[in-house]
Design a protein around this ligand. Structure first.
Ligand code: HEC
Ligand code: HEC
Ligand code: HEC
Ligand code: HEC
Ligand code: HEC
Ligand code: HEC
Ligand code: HEC
Length: 311
């Protein structure tokens, strides 16, 4: 009997959970759109046959509600950026040609967002290889999805998370032929081959951002946006693997990261000029290796002494 009661309570709890775990942060007006735009299939009423029909959703038009709910624009209604005509389905065909909102449409000249320096970022971006080769087709949204973007480098105190988030923007295209074709007519170069000269590639890509090597650091900007031609990319190991690592001026420059730990690795890098990235070894092993070294030298010396004595 108690088995059934427990089963019953569990079912109720599960129901409540699914009810409340459906994206709560998303404005409820958006649920109408998301009913179709967050699932693989959707149902429409067909006036011709008088029946409900199930259809497949274009995978590129499926939004991730979890990421929507954490993005900076989470409080927006879909129709703040998209035409209200989208309320009806089938969507009107001319909507295909609707100009999409750009960052500067809303953020340009707005003092509320002055600290982000949108105008300067635009200037820098327009000098980059992406803009000079692809032009207007390369919008800010090619890297920053307006549905999901959140300023990670500025707010996160976890270097790993920042590297992942930022590199995912580049890889979403450089590792994806379909998206690459939106802005280019040639094939995307294989990143693994291009970076063959770099030892421990996977480790590096987990610890440094693409932009570290591919942009020039500008002190007054949080994130450099000028992606330089490949000839100008950093290849010198010492730029990072030295006491004066360039990472101090880029990846590790945020106050939130610097103050994260009292004795953490990052803090060491910032405060201790003698710290060299990739060289923080275990002290005990250091001593052991010195001992072994001394023992070997001692051994050789003794050996020589004995040989001379025997002769
Ligand atoms: C009944 C399901 C359904 C509903 C509800 C719905 N859509 Fe769509 N939407 C689609 C489908 C399917 C497509 C793919 C293109 C097509 O069939 O028109 C699409 C395409 C789109 C596109 C891409 C258009 C393009 O070609 O670039 C946008 C943007 C869009 N919808 C926004 C919205 C918004 C905003 C809402 C809510 C106000 C909404 N949709 C509600 C099913 C729906
Ligand atoms: C802050 C503005 C903004 C909001 C809010 C917004 N969108 Fe979008 N949406 C865009 C932009 C810009 C694009 C074009 C992206 C591009 O250029 O790649 C787009 C593209 C789309 C597409 C086409 C798929 C694609 O990636 O090109 C769909 C579908 C869509 N939006 C649905 C929605 C729905 C549903 C909502 C509400 C939950 C919504 N959008 C809210 C700005 C917005
Ligand atoms: C339709 C207008 C609109 C568009 C388009 C738009 N934004 Fe926003 N954005 C806003 C508004 C309004 C806020 C403030 C939202 C809030 O406080 O809830 C905001 C917030 C932000 C924030 C957070 C600011 C803070 O103080 O924390 C960032 C970062 C941001 N947007 C970046 C972008 C980027 C990058 C783009 C282009 C890819 C973009 N936005 C496109 C209107 C827009
Ligand atoms: C080639 C990819 C790329 C393009 C194109 C791009 N950005 Fe960025 N942007 C980034 C990366 C990577 C970051 C760091 C993201 C993070 O961790 O917040 C960033 C960060 C930002 C930030 C947050 C800076 C801060 O101080 O926190 C803003 C604002 C921004 N970009 C605006 C723009 C605007 C406006 C455009 C178009 C003119 C643009 N971006 C085009 C890659 C790009
Ligand atoms: C340690 C520094 C470093 C890092 C990190 C790095 N790159 Fe590179 N990258 C280079 C150098 C140097 C070249 C030029 C290689 C050459 O010309 O032989 C290059 C070349 C390239 C090219 C040009 C390919 C071609 O031949 O046309 C692309 C695209 C590229 N990198 C993208 C990326 C992306 C995306 C990431 C992040 C996942 C990344 N890089 C991370 C240093 C780096
Ligand atoms: C929407 C797709 C897209 C995104 C996102 C993107 N790129 Fe690119 N990138 C391209 C294309 C296309 C080219 C080739 C341009 C050309 O030479 O025609 C390119 C070229 C490059 C080059 C080589 C420049 C040269 O001299 O040949 C580098 C380096 C590069 N990208 C780095 C990055 C980095 C770093 C990011 C992320 C911050 C990024 N890209 C994001 C599409 C993209
Ligand atoms: C953009 C900065 C940057 C550049 C350029 C760079 N590295 Fe690194 N490298 C790192 C970071 C960050 C790590 C992660 C180590 C850590 O967390 O202490 C690393 C790790 C390593 C490691 C592994 C060390 C360990 O502790 O396991 C080796 C080996 C290495 N790098 C060699 C090189 C060589 C050789 C070059 C030049 C061809 C180079 N790196 C260029 C930033 C860089």
């Amino acid at each position: 009997m108690s088995f059934f009661i427990r089963g019953f309570i569990c079912t109720i709890l599960l129901l409540l959970f699914t009810l409340f775990s459906t994206p709560q942060n998303i404005p409820k007006e958006n649920m109408h759109c998301l009913k179709c735009h967050s699932s693989q299939t959707f149902t429409i009423y067909n006036n011709w046959t008088g029946k409900n029909e199930k259809r497949l959703m274009n995978p590129f038009y499926i939004l991730d509600t979890v990421r929507l709910a954490t993005g900076v624009h989470k409080d927006f209604q879909c129709i703040d950026c998209h035409s209200p005509d989208y309320e009806t389905y089938p969507h009107k065909s001319e909507l295909k040609l609707e100009p999409k909102s750009t960052c500067l449409d809303c953020h340009g000249g707005d003092d509320t967002f002055a600290s982000f320096q949108f105008e300067r970022i635009k200037e820098e971006f327009e000098k980059s290889v992406h803009f000079t080769t692809s032009g207007e087709a390369f919008t800010c949204s090619k890297c920053h999805n307006q549905h999901y973007y959140k300023p990670t480098a500025r707010n996160s105190s976890n270097v790993g998370e920042i590297v992942d988030f930022d590199n995912a923007m580049c890889l979403s295209c450089h590792n994806n032929m379909t998206k690459y074709q939106l802005v280019s007519t040639h094939k995307n170069p294989q990143l693994v081959e291009v970076h063959n000269w770099l030892p421990n590639q996977a480790l590096h890509f987990m610890h440094v951002r693409c932009i570290e090597c591919h942009t020039e650091v500008i002190d007054s900007l949080m994130v450099s946006h000028n992606i330089l031609p490949k000839e100008k990319a950093t290849q010198k190991c010492a730029e990072c693997h030295s006491a004066n690592s360039l990472l101090q001026a880029s990846l590790y420059k945020y106050k939130n990261i610097q103050s994260r730990t009292e004795k953490g690795a990052i803090n060491n890098i910032i405060s201790n000029k003698a710290y060299v990235i990739g060289e923080n070894q275990i002290p005990l092993l250091n001593w052991l290796s010195i001992l072994i070294f001394i023992a070997t030298i001692g051994g050789i010396a003794l050996h020589i002494v004995f040989r001379i004595m025997i002769k």
